[in-house]
Write a protein that binds this ligand. Structure first.
Ligand code: GLN
Ligand code: ZN
Length: 756
C-alpha cells in the first residue's frame, strides 16, 4: 500500500494573537524599522510552520505574506504597474506602495478572491507585460521554512500563472499571458532545484471557473515547460470548488507529480462539489499523488462522524491501495481563525450542530484521518458512494407559501401611495461618522463601566445630533445614523438567536484588516425587535421621513460562517423570516421608508455559470421574503455597492425594491448606464460622490453628475424618481468632511432642480 501522507496548502498568516497586524501598523506608523517588521513576520511564519510540524503534517506549505499572496506573486514576477515605476521605490517600500498607494500612484484595486471574503490585490497587465522575476522573497522564506521544519517537509507555494492571468485586470489574451508568464515560473523552479525541496505547490484555483476549459492548451504547454526544468516535483493545487469536467480531463494529464483537489466546495451550497463524482467516473492517474482536500478548509465545523475518513476509504476503494494520496484541507486554512482553544472556556455555543474546529484543530483532523486510513483495511470503513458524494447538506429548505414573497400590489400601483418627494430627493445610505466618542461609549459599555441605560442615552444623543444635522442640511429623507452599530452584520447577529460570536476568531480580510465573522450555529430567530427603538427615537425628532435600516439576509449570511448541515438557502430564509418580523414591527411603528442593504448579494455567486441562476433565485427570494410583508404604502429601498452588478440586472429587478440606491462613482456610471439600457423601471439613487475620499466634492461636480443621470436615459430622465445620495455609508468619514460634502450635495440637487 502506498503511504498516506498529510499536507497543508495554506494557514493563517496573521499570527495566533494578530501579531502581523501590530507589526504592520507599527511599521506604517514609522514606529518600527524594516528589520523589525521582517523579524516579526518571520516569527509569525515560523510559529505557523512549527504548529503544522507539531501536529504531524508531512508536507507543510510555506504560507506567509506581508500583505497578500497574489500581490506577492505579481511583485516577484516584476509586474509592477507603470505608475509605480520611476518613483524611486524598491523592496518593501515598492511592495507597500502597490498595496496601499502613495502620493500620485493609487493602490492596486482590491477584489474578492473567488467566492471567499478575502480581498486580493489585482495584478494589472497588458498584452505586452514583460515579467522580470526576482524570487528572492520566496527563496528567503523557503530558507527560513527549511530551518524551522526541515528540508523534507518545507514546501514552497506560489500563485500559479493561469490564476494570475485570470485574476489580472487588463485587456489581453489570457492564454497568451500564461505563455508569457511561464518562463518566469520556470526560472523559479530552476532555482528551487539546488535547494532540495520535496515539491513546489503551484496554486491554480482559477481552474474551477467556468471557462477554464478554454485555457487547456495554454495550461498544458505551460506546465510542460515547467516540468521540463526537471528536478522539482510540482503539486498543482486547486481549491474553492470542483473543476469543470473538461478541465478535469486534461488537468489529470499534466506532467506534474501531484494534483490537489477540493472535495467539499462551498459550505452549505446545495450543489456541493463534484470532485468525488469526477474521480468515480474518470479515475485518477496512478503515477500522480492525489491531494485529497477532505477536511473543510473554509468552514469552522469539525469533521463529524468521520465523514472525511469515509470519503478517503471510498477513494481508496476506487483508486486502489497503491494510489499515492495525501490528506489535506479542501482550501487554504487562511480563511478560518487560528486556534479554537484561544476562546474563553464556557463561551462556546451550547448545542452547535457539530463541534467547532479552527485551523489548529483542522491540522489534527487531517492527521487523524490519514492515520485512520493507513491503519484500516478495506471493509473497516463504512461505505460511502463516491459517485453521488457532493458534501452538500441533505436538508432541503422548508416550503413557504408563495404569497409570502410578493408585495400585495405591483410597483406602479403602490408607488403613488408612498411618501411623495420633491424632484431629485436627497438622502444618505445610513451611517454617519463613527466618532471616537461613540467608540469610547461602546467600549465603556462592553467593559461594564457604564450601564445599558447610560449607553442607550449616549447613543440617543448621537441620533439627535444626526437628525439635527440632516435637518439643517435640508436632506429630504433622513436616517438615524447607525451610531449603535459597530458593524452592520455583527449588530444583527448579536440580536438574533442562532449566532455565535468568538472572542479571538479573527480572519484576514485583507492586508492588516481582520474580521471576526459571526458563526451561525443554529436555527435563526428574533427574540425581540432589533432596530425599532432607534428608529422611533429618530422619527420622533423630525417631521421628515426617517428610513428604517436593516442589513439584508444574504449579506448577513455571506459575511458569516454558515452551517454545513443545512443549505445556505435555508439559512438565508431563516434570516429573512426574522428580518421580516422586524420589517413588520418597523412599519407598525410608523416607518414609511425602509432600507434593506444587500451589498454582498453578488458575492455569493457560485464560480460556475450554470449555478448562477439557482443562487440568484433564492437570494432574491430571501430579499423578497424579508420585505414583501410591507404594506403598499411602505417604500422599500435597497442598497448595493462595490461589486460588478451589471451582469445580475435581472436579479436586481426581481428584488422588486421601490428604490435602488447604488454605488456609482468608482465604476464610472457603468451600472447606471446598464440600468438605463435594460429599461430598469423603479426609482434609482445612483451615488453622486465617493465616500472613500476625504476630499469634499464641489457643488458643480455633483450637479454635473446629476445632470448626467437625467440625460443617461435612466427612467426617461424622470427627476421625481432619481434620488440623490452618496455612494455608501459615511461611518468611516469625519464630521468635518461629511457636513460640507452633504451641504454641497443638497445644493447641487437644488441647482439642478431649479433647471427642470
Ligand atoms: N447602511 C449601511 C451604512 O450606511 C450600508 C453599508 C454598506 O453598504 N456596506 O453603513
Ligand atoms: Zn454600500
Amino acid at each position: 500500500m502506498a503511504p498516506v501522507l498529510t499536507s497543508t496548502i495554506g494557514f493563517p498568516r496573521i499570527g495566533p494573537n494578530r501579531e502581523m497586524k501590530k507589526a504592520l501598523e507599527a511599521y506604517w506608523a514609522g514606529s518600527s524599522s524594516k528589520e523589525e517588521l521582517a523579524a516579526a513576520s518571520a516569527a509569525v511564519e515560523a510559529r505557523a510552520w512549527r504548529d503544522q510540524a507539531a501536529a504531524g503534517i508531512d508536507l507543510i506549505g510555506l504560507d506567509g505574506t506581508l500583505y497578500d499572496q497574489v500581490l506577492d506573486a505579481t511583485f516577484q514576477l516584476g509586474l509592477i504597474p507603470e505608475r509605480f515605476q520611476g518613483l524611486g521605490l524598491s523592496g518593501v517600500d515598492l511592495y507597500f506602495a502597490l498595496a496601499r498607494g502613495v502620493e500620485g500612484a493609487p493602490a492596486c484595486d482590491m477584489s474578492k478572491l473567488f467566492d471567499t471574503n478575502y480581498h486580493f490585490l489585482a495584478p494589472e497587465l497588458t498584452a505586452d507585460s514583460e515579467p522580470r522575476p526576482d524570487w528572492s522573497p520566496l527563496l528567503d522564506r523557503l530558507k527560513r521554512g527549511q530551518e524551522a521544519v526541515g528540508r523534507e517537509r518545507a514546501v514552497p507555494m506560489v500563485v500559479g500563472p493561469v490564476t494570475l492571468a485570470c485574476l489580472a485586470r487588463g485587456d489581453f489574451d489570457r492564454s497568451a499571458m500564461v505563455a508569457r508568464l511561464a518562463p518566469a515560473y520556470a526560472a523559479l523552479l530552476r532555482q528551487l532545484v539546488q535547494r532540495g525541496v520535496p515539491e513546489v505547490q503551484i496554486h491554480e484555483p482559477a481552474l474551477t471557473l467556468t471557462g477554464s476549459e478554454a485555457l487547456g492548451v495554454a495550461l498544458s504547454v505551460c506546465y510542460a515547460e515547467l516540468a521540463a526544468t526537471g528536478g522539482v516535483p510540482i503539486n498543482v493545487v486547486v481549491m474553492f470548488d470542483d473543476v469543470p469536467e473538461e478541465t478535469y480531463k486534461w488537468l489529470v494529464q499534466l506532467p506534474v507529480a501531484a494534483i490537489s483537489l477540493d472535495f467539499l466546495g462551498v459550505p452549505g451550497a446545495d450543489y456541493g462539489s463534484r470532485t468525488a463524482q469526477l474521480i468515480a467516473q474518470h479515475g485518477f492517474p496512478k503515477n500522480k499523488r492525489l491531494g485529497a482536500g477532505v477536511i473543510d478548509g473554509r468552514g469552522i465545523w469539525a469533521d463529524k462522524d468521520g465523514a472525511a475518513l469515509r470519503l478517503l476509504g471510498a477513494l481508496r476503494d476506487r483508486l486502489g491501495a497503491d494510489q499515492p494520496i495525501s490528506v489535506q484541507t479542501s482550501t487554504s486554512l487562511q480563511h478560518v481563525p487560528y486556534d479554537l482553544t484561544a476562546e474563553p472556556a464556557g463561551s462556546l455555543p451550547q448545542a452547535p450542530p457539530r463541534p467547532l474546529a479552527f485551523a489548529v484543530q483542522k491540522l489534527a483532523e487531517v492527521v487523524s484521518a490519514a492515520q485512520a486510513l493507513a491503519a484500516s483495511t478495506p471493509g473497516d470503513i463504512p461505505a460511502l458512494d463516491l459517485a453521488s458524494f457532493t458534501g452538500a447538506p441533505a436538508a432541503k429548505a422548508a416550503q413557504l407559501d408563495a404569497g409570502m414573497f410578493s408585495r400585495p400590489e405591483p410597483y406602479e400601483q403602490r408607488r403613488p401611495k408612498q411618501v411623495q418627494y420633491p424632484a431629485l430627493p436627497t438622502t444618505t445610505i445610513g451611517s454617519f461618522p463613527q466618532t471616537p466618542a461613540i467608540r469610547r461609549s461602546r467600549l465603556a459599555f462592553k467593559r461594564g463601566r457604564i450601564s445599558r441605560e447610560e449607553y442607550r442615552e449616549q447613543m440617543a444623543a448621537q441620533i439627535g445630533v444626526c437628525i439635527g444635522a440632516q435637518e439643517a442640511l435640508g436632506l429630504d429623507v433622513l436616517v438615524h445614523g447607525e451610531p449603535e452599530r459597530s458593524d452592520m452584520v455583527e449588530y444583527f447577529g448579536l440580536k438574533l438567536d442562532g449566532c455565535y460570536f468568538t472572542e479571538h476568531g479573527w480572519v484576514q480580510s485583507y492586508g492588516s484588516r481582520y474580521v471576526r465573522p459571526p458563526v451561525i450555529v443554529g436555527d435563526i430567530s428574533r427574540p425581540e425587535p432589533m432596530t425599532v427603538h432607534e428608529y422611533a427615537l429618530a422619527q420622533g425628532l423630525t417631521s421628515k421621513p426617517v428610513k428604517g435600516m436593516l442589513t439584508g439576509p444574504v449579506t448577513i449570511l455571506q459575511w458569516s460562517f454558515p452551517r454545513r448541515d443545512v443549505t445556505r438557502q435555508e439559512q438565508a430564509f431563516q434570516l429573512a423570516l426574522a428580518l421580516r418580523q422586524e420589517v413588520a414591527d418597523l412599519a407598525a411603528a410608523g416607518c414609511r421608508v425602509l432600507q434593506v442593504d444587500e451589498p454582498a448579494l453578488r458575492e455569493g455567486l457560485p464560480l460556475k455559470k450554470d449555478r448562477h441562476a439557482p443562487y440568484l433565485g433564492w437570494a432574491v427570494d430571501a430579499f423578497r421574503l424579508t420585505t414583501a410583508v410591507a404594506a403598499p404604502e411602505v417604500q422599500i429601498v435597497t442598497h448595493l455597492c462595490y461589486s460588478d452588478f451589471n451582469d445580475i440586472l435581472g436579479a436586481i429587478s426581481a428584488m422588486d425594491a421601490d428604490v435602488l440606491t447604488i454605488e456609482n462613482s468608482r465604476s464610472d456610471d457603468v451600472m447606471l448606464l446598464a440600468l438605463a439600457g435594460a429599461g430598469y423601471p423603479r426609482d434609482v439613487g445612483p451615488g453622486v460622490y465617493d465616500v472613500h475620499s476625504p476630499v469634499v466634492p464641489p457643488v458643480e461636480v455633483m450637479a454635473a453628475k446629476i445632470r448626467s443621470f437625467l440625460k443617461s436615459g435612466l427612467l426617461g430622465g424622470d427627476a421625481a424618481r432619481i434620488h440623490v445620495n452618496p455612494d455608501c455609508g459615511l461611518k468611516t468619514r469625519k464630521w468635518e468632511e461629511v457636513l460640507p460634502s452633504l451641504r454641497n450635495m443638497v445644493k447641487a440637487a437644488a441647482l439642478v432642480r431649479a433647471e427642470l
